[in-house]
Design a protein around this ligand. Sequence first.
Ligand SMILES: CCCCCCCCCCCCCCCCC/C=C/C(=O)SCCNC(=O)CCNC(=O)[C@H](O)C(C)(C)COP(=O)(O)OP(=O)(O)OC[C@H]1O[C@@H](n2cnc3c(N)ncnc32)[C@H](O)[C@@H]1OP(=O)(O)O
Ligand SMILES: Cc1cc2nc3c(=O)[nH]c(=O)nc-3n(C[C@H](O)[C@H](O)[C@H](O)COP(=O)(O)OP(=O)(O)OC[C@H]3O[C@@H](n4cnc5c(N)ncnc54)[C@H](O)[C@@H]3O)c2cc1C
Length: 701
Amino acid sequence: MGLSGISLLTTTYSLILQHQSLLLCLRAKGFGLDLKKDMEGVDYLSDERKKAQFDVEAMKIAWAGSLEAFQLSDRMAKLVANDPAFEKFTRPMLGRKELIKNTLRKAAHGWKLIVDLRLTEEEAKWLRLYIDEPAYTDLHWGMFIPAIEGQGTEEQKKKWLPLAKKMQIIGCYAQTELGHGSNVQGLETTATFDPQTDEFIMHSPTLTSSKWWPGGLGKASTHAVVYARLIVGGEFHGVHGFIVQLRSLDDHSPLPGVTVGDIGMKFGNGAYNTMDNGVLRFDHVRIPRDQMLMRVSQVTREGKIMQSDVPRQLIYGTMVYVRQTIVADASKALSRAVCIATRYSAIRRQFGSRNGGPETQVIDYKTQQSRLFPLLASAYAFRFVGEWLKWLYTDVKERLAANDFSTLPEAHACTAGLKSLTTSFTADGIEECRKLCGGHGYLVSSGLPELFAVYIPACTYEGDNVVLLLQVARFLVKTVSELGYKKPVGTTAYMGRVASLMQNNCAVQTAEGWLNPGAVVEAFESRAARMAVRCGQQLAKYENPEEGFAELSADLVEASIAHCQLIVVSKFIEKLQQDIPGKGVKQTLEVLCYVYALFLLHKHQGDFLATGYLTPKQASLANDQLRTLYSKVRPNAITLVDSFNYTDHYLGSILGRYDGNVYPKLYEAAWKDPLNDSDVVDGFYEYVQPILKQKLRTAKL
Ligand SMILES: CCCCCCCCCCCCCCCCC/C=C/C(=O)SCCNC(=O)CCNC(=O)[C@H](O)C(C)(C)COP(=O)(O)OP(=O)(O)OC[C@H]1O[C@@H](n2cnc3c(N)ncnc32)[C@H](O)[C@@H]1OP(=O)(O)O
Ligand SMILES: Cc1cc2nc3c(=O)[nH]c(=O)nc-3n(C[C@H](O)[C@H](O)[C@H](O)COP(=O)(O)OP(=O)(O)OC[C@H]3O[C@@H](n4cnc5c(N)ncnc54)[C@H](O)[C@@H]3O)c2cc1C
């Protein structure tokens, strides 16, 4: 290494010493330099932690939902973090076969813990979260079992659930096909009733009817709930779910007539490649009649179709359940990325040094704050709306069990809309966090690339986000069209005040005027109501409503987003009306709630201005208030992310380490890369040296 290289290194390390004054001896492997090593156990973020204006332990409980929920989650996080079987740092470097085998091993170890420690279902869910590795078990527990629970008869549940819950069979959810995913009614797989043998014949008539994507199908599942066109007496009777065995329970080989495999590598290293998303084809595979899930419709021994009084839409019920869990997971993924970016932004310094003093922490730049703090506020907002959605889902589930289907359309609209809103924002937010971490955010060791790669399909699976917003739009248009004779309830209750929401304009006169929950909610209600009514008026101009809906679909999507943002803002405000114990906790959450609402108002000010609810002056006052709010968040930023209570294992990020000991650990990690096992790279003698030694005869370089 030349002198300039050494002086560059020396400068780098003197900078580190400036910022982290307790570094002692670092050793620069490979450079023959005896540099200084950092002191383990030092908290480089302790000054930041001292700035907190609220009780962090109480905030942890507010984030978790209750003391019991906090203790449970904390116990599971530590269980995983302290178990070497759940090591995950080498994951992005593993080949596909190793990756899948590793995931199977972890799933088996997780199951052993569940059995040996007699973990409850709630504990097992947290265990899955902290193991942090998509696996076939997600689909088995998250979709296969719920599909049987929601769509099976009592008899079917009695037969299949004990087997599934003891993992004596492994199931997946096989709905999507090569040719159709969003359009479920367009699925091509057939289930034809054969009255001679009292069986269904499962068949894949075309290439595009091949099941394609189901997680856990590729290599792990023994069974699947397969969605297929029911054909009885030569007639099509809609799409239904069927329990089909795919592989032998002895040697796991595919059963006769079943062709099954993995669909191949997906985006990113590690990431979702731990999941065996699969392809499946049937060649006239026969299953007994009682393996059609028959809560909604029954096929009798004689081949008669009987409809129960359960609505047909219940066939889509599993998706309602999973969309609700996806909203809860969005707050976890976003908070994780925000935790990394916030801690690193406090450690990282750039510019602003006076007379050799320390440079400015990048978290103190207003631009950094205006990008980071809305993400932090959104993580909290999604946490609370997720909590509310869980309540809504539990309520609808109890009603469905009692054959009350009245709230199903609203549950569908809320789960579809919030799934879309929170996953799109979270996917973009993770990428923003990567950029907030500058160059180091692009390193796998920052934890952000894999988090991004694993997260982004959430915008597509369980319903493409645009397709889902169009479902919300249908619900809104219907609500608007019924206003004259039907009182809107639940999340559309505000539409009942549509006349005043259309007439009254914003009364805010000062920046402080925006620190008023009533003013904020009314602004979001007016914007949502005006956009929905405007769409309704436009639609009325079309003779054919479906044609109008297609033509106006981009506007309808925007109206749906406005409605969903209103739900998130109002649920955050409602949360703050509850008793939230702990010094300064409620006040700090209030600041975040205003950041969330005013950030959205600023970002979508075009909507608020175009609908005529706000004047440009009022929009500008909201932005002034937002800047003031960022200054209020600043001293609490580190402790607000500490309140997520994430272990370093779960974060999986050198930049987001709790102790902020970033540079020595980044440096150390680089030397662990297999490329640095030798000084001379493999391939040097074959491919590099011949170039170095060549005698140029013709090239004129
Ligand atoms: C002990 C151990 C424990 C371990 C714990 C482990 C826990 C694991 C946790 C869970 C983890 C989960 C991991 C998630 C991994 C994700 C894997 C991904 C899976 C998938 O992607 S599955 C496939 C998903 N596919 C889709 O989402 C397709 C999207 N398309 C649709 O939803 C629909 O087809 C459609 C709605 C877009 C179709 O529209 P169309 O107009 O054609 O519809 P129909 O004519 O059929 O019906 C319209 C009417 O039905 C209503 N509707 C629609 N959907 C629903 C619904 N879901 N619920 C209720 N009602 C619905 C409409 O509103 C219409 O009603 P109307 O009254 O007629 O207007
Ligand atoms: C990682 C991953 C895991 C998955 N796991 C499973 C699983 O376990 N089981 C399972 O059954 N499936 C699974 N899927 C499939 C998933 O549910 C579908 O991919 C998803 O529903 C989207 O459907 P599609 O692929 O047909 O998209 P398409 O509908 O083909 O979407 C393509 C584009 O067309 C647009 N579009 C489609 N329809 C409309 C419309 N009506 N109006 C306007 N725009 C439209 C979409 O917005 C999108 O931009 C998984 C997918 C992924 C990526």
